[in-house]
Design a protein around this ligand. Structure first.
Ligand SMILES: [Zn+2]
Length: 131
């Protein structure tokens, strides 16, 4: 069988879409997902409060560089106000716990791995040695 080609590249055949008339739409699935998350983790709403936005803005204004990147010798603007000790829904830790500024890369990589119970990534300095 001849492989159809376009501009010299083989066109990879794709599976035709399935017909599932009763399946929930993406919007319905997303709504269910959000409802489940809100029920399981009501503290997520704290991030949307004016109080938290004020705290985060103050943190990023006073410490505009990523703390982790800074330790490793890189100058990277921070975009996330991070709880140094994971609050896990503890209101006192959430509002009053120690905070640091991180870039999105460091926040999602290091902190979330740590919170899942994994090991924190070892920071490496500009000389290549652990900090
Ligand atoms: Zn960083």
């Amino acid at each position: 069988m001849a492989v159809p080609r376009r501009a010299g590249l083989a066109v990879v055949p794709t599976r035709p879409p399935l017909h599932r008339p009763n399946a929930p739409t993406k919007a319905e699935r997303d709504k269910r997902h959000d409802a489940r998350r809100s029920a399981e983790q009501p503290w997520r709403h704290w991030y949307w409060s004016a109080r938290w936005r004020r705290i985060a803005k103050k943190q990023l204004t006073e410490h505009p560089l990523c703390a982790t990147c800074d330790k490793e010798g890189r100058i990277v603007p921070a975009t996330v106000c991070d709880h140094i000790i994971p609050h896990r829904g503890d209101a006192d830790l959430f509002w009053n716990g120690e905070r640091q500024s991180l870039c999105a890369t460091c926040h999602s990589r290091d902190k979330q791995a740590e919170e899942r119970g994994g090991r924190a990534r070892q920071a490496v300095g500009a000389d290549g040695w652990p900090v």
